[in-house]
Every structure is written in structure tokens, then in C-alpha cells.
Ligand binder design. Structure first.
Ligand SMILES: Nc1nc2c(ncn2[C@@H]2O[C@H](COP(=O)(O)OP(=O)(O)OP(=O)(O)O)[C@@H](O)[C@H]2O)c(=O)[nH]1
Ligand SMILES: [Mg+2]
Ligand SMILES: [Zn+2]
Length: 317
């Protein structure tokens, strides 16, 4: 029999849920898949896998080569790379302006990761009903300058949602961002029969709970797929060096041309065009601060200290 290829919808500790020609089956990864890799998880949501015929559950024999993936350091206690999703067309970074407040540091880290992994990203500023319009405009301006597309949405009254849905049609889109920013609510509004569980906002304040606890690939009626993911707190890129981080901030490029040294790290050097631009306000100070933060932790002599993780969303904004 010819090998059967399916797409991974969900990954649990011992089984993966695979879509095989429209039927969901549970399969178990072969032990060999776990060998010899720096990655924590050999299989991620969005992967295409080859499954066998025999066994209960049937085995996953092979993971097909990925077109792309999004990865990060697994956790403060596990330095391996965690693959979050694979084979995607774009990422929607869902940020909330209030409850939880907007974190430019975390936003910039995730955008940097998207540049690094060559995944086109759109920033979605959700909960505009709760936000100060001046703040929404300022954040929009900062990110459009990178440039990346920025959408302003309210999942409750539907503002901005037609634009969001139109951008998702026929594509594989990941929804990613902090817990409570409204990822699942937005998806339910785009396609109500997804019926994804949504959080009660009071929970985030009292317990910092995540409502979505695993990533899931959903098929969209309008065409395309979406992956809803659990909310994140910290985000650290896996295995990047200072020069690579510089390339993840394309909005620095016009100012970088004015640095005295071609290999300027924009940190301590004199006559740095980027530092000057941030000081003048031509470049958002928050972008420059995020860059310096990522640069610091990428330096080989920096011991990794979990206490340096960005603070949780509950205490921000
Ligand atoms: N005021 C307001 N509330 C919203 C909006 N979008 C979502 N919410 C509320 O925010 C809370 C959290 O929404 P969820 O969709 O569960 O958030 P999530 O990003 O999926 O969270 P996790 O699954 O934990 O990652 C819910 O109470 C929603 O009703 C919005 O645009 N405006
Ligand atoms: Mg959710
Ligand atoms: Zn410089």
C-alpha cells in the first residue's frame, strides 16, 4: 500500500491527531522520531506526516520536510527548541490594548522571530473598545513603519473583522499572542461553528489562567485553515547571534546607513545612526529598547537567568 500522508491537527503527550483525507485519526509517533534532534518536539501542529497501517494507535513513521516553522526556546527550564507550528502562510499576532495591556517587548520578539523564520506577520490590535484611541494610533504608527500590516479590531462589536477574515481566506494562518488577548473569540466570530472555548476576563486577573490549552488546526469554511494557540508569556528565540538579531529589525535599516561603523551593534558605539534616531524620536524608543534587550541575552557570555524573562502580562499596561 502506498504511504498515507496526513496533516497534524493537534499534538498531545503521547498521540497526535492527524487529518487523513477529512477523517481524524489518532496516531503515535515512532520512538526513532525523538532521536538526535535539538528540538523538543519532533512533530508540530501543521506538519505533514506519513502514517502506517498497522497498530493501535497507528504509527507516525515520518515527518515530511517543513516549508517553514515557528520556534522558540522551550521554557526557562528547558533550553531546547520548541517548534510551535509548521507549514504556515502567515501569523496574526493578536495584541490586546487593555486587559491584558500591550507589551511592545513581547510583540517585538515575536515579530523578530517571524522575520527570522520568514513568516509574514500582521499585528492585530484587538479590544479597541477598551483602548485609548491615541494609544491605538501610536502603536499602529510604530508597527506600520517596520513595515508590517496592522489591523484594529473589536471581537465584541465586529469592527475590523471583515478585513481580518478577508486576509485569512485560502491561507494557513496562526493566531498567536498573550493569554486573554482574544484569539479564540476572534476565531469564533469569524466562524461561529468552531465553538472554541473562550475565557472569562476575570480569570486572567485573578489566576492568570490560559483558556486555550493546546494548539489546534481548524479548517475554515471560506477556504484556508487557522491554528488557534495557547496564550504565551515569555518568548525567546532559539540559537541566534547578535548580528542575526540586527537583521530582524528592518525598520533600523535607513538609520543604520548613518552609523560610523558598518558592523555597528547600535549598542555602545559612537555615532550610531540607530541610537540617534531613537533619541530624536524618528524610530520608536520601544523598538530600540526591545532590540537592546534581545541583543543582551544573545551574547554568548550571558548566562541564562530565568528571572530575566519579561514580566507576565497580568502586571503590564
Ligand atoms: N472588550 C473586549 N473583550 C474582548 C474582545 N475580544 C475578546 N474579548 C474578551 O477577552 C476574554 C479572553 O478572550 P479569549 O478569546 O479567550 O482569549 P485568548 O487569546 O484565546 O486566550 P487564551 O486561550 O488563554 O490564550 C474573553 O472574555 C473575551 O470575551 C474585544 O474585542 N473587546
Ligand atoms: Mg484561546
Ligand atoms: Zn549603530
Amino acid at each position: 500500500m502506498a504511504p498515507r500522508i496526513g496533516r497534524v491537527l493537534r499534538v498531545d503527550a503521547k498521540v497526535v491527531h492527524v487529518d487523513l483525507d477529512g477523517v481524524t485519526v489518532q496516531a503515535s509517533p515512532r520512538g526513532a522520531l525523538f532521536g538526535g534532534s535539538a528540538q523538543k518536539n519532533p512533530i508540530a501542529v501543521g506538519d505533514f506526516v506519513e502514517v502506517g497501517d498497522d497498530g493501535d494507535p497507528i504509527p507516525v513513521d515520518r515527518v515530511l520536510e517543513r516549508r517553514n516553522y515557528l520556534g522558540r526556546v522551550a521554557s526557562a527550564h528547558d533550553p531546547r527548541e520548541q517548534v510551535l507550528v509548521a507549514n504556515v502562510d502567515q501569523l496574526f499576532l493578536i495584541g490586546s490594548l487593555s486587559r491584558p495591556g500591550f507589551s511592545s517587548n513581547r510583540t517585538d520578539r515575536i515579530l523578530a522571530a517571524c522575520f527570522w523564520h520568514e513568516i509574514p506577520a500582521t499585528l492585530v490590535l484587538n479590544k479597541i473598545d477598551l483602548a485609548d484611541p491615541g494609544e491605538v494610533d501610536a502603536i499602529t504608527k510604530t508597527y506600520e513603519a517596520i513595515p508590517i500590516p496592522v489591523l484594529q479590531t473589536c471581537a465584541l462589536d465586529g469592527r475590523g473583522m471583515e478585513e481580518l477574515a478577508a486576509a485569512m481566506k485560502d491561507k494557513v494562518s496562526v493566531f498567536y499572542g498573550p493569554s486573554g488577548s482574544g484569539k479564540s473569540t476572534l476565531l469564533n466570530r469569524i466562524q461561529p461553528d468552531l465553538k472554541i472555548k473562550e475565557g472569562r476576563i476575570s480569570k486572567y486577573w485573578k489566576q492568570g489562567k490560559h483558556t486555550t490549552s493546546f494548539s489546534f488546526l481548524h479548517r475554515l469554511d471560506m477556504g484556508g485553515f487557522t491554528i488557534d494557540t495557547p496564550g504565551i508569556r515569555a518568548f525567546r528565540l532559539f540559537d541566534v547571534n547578535p548580528a542575526e538579531i540586527r537583521d530582524m529589525f528592518p525598520d533600523f535599516l535607513p538609520y543604520q546607513a548613518k552609523c560610523r561603523y558598518v558592523n555597528c551593534s547600535h549598542d555602545h558605539e559612537p555615532d550610531c545612526g540607530v541610537a540617534d534616531a531613537a533619541e530624536r524620536g524618528d524610530l520608536a524608543a520601544s523598538r530600540y529598547a526591545s532590540y537592546l534587550d534581545m541583543l543582551d541575552e544573545s551574547r554568548p557570555n550571558m548566562a541564562y537567568n530565568p528571572d530575566d524573562e519579561p514580566i507576565d502580562e497580568e502586571s503590564e499596561g
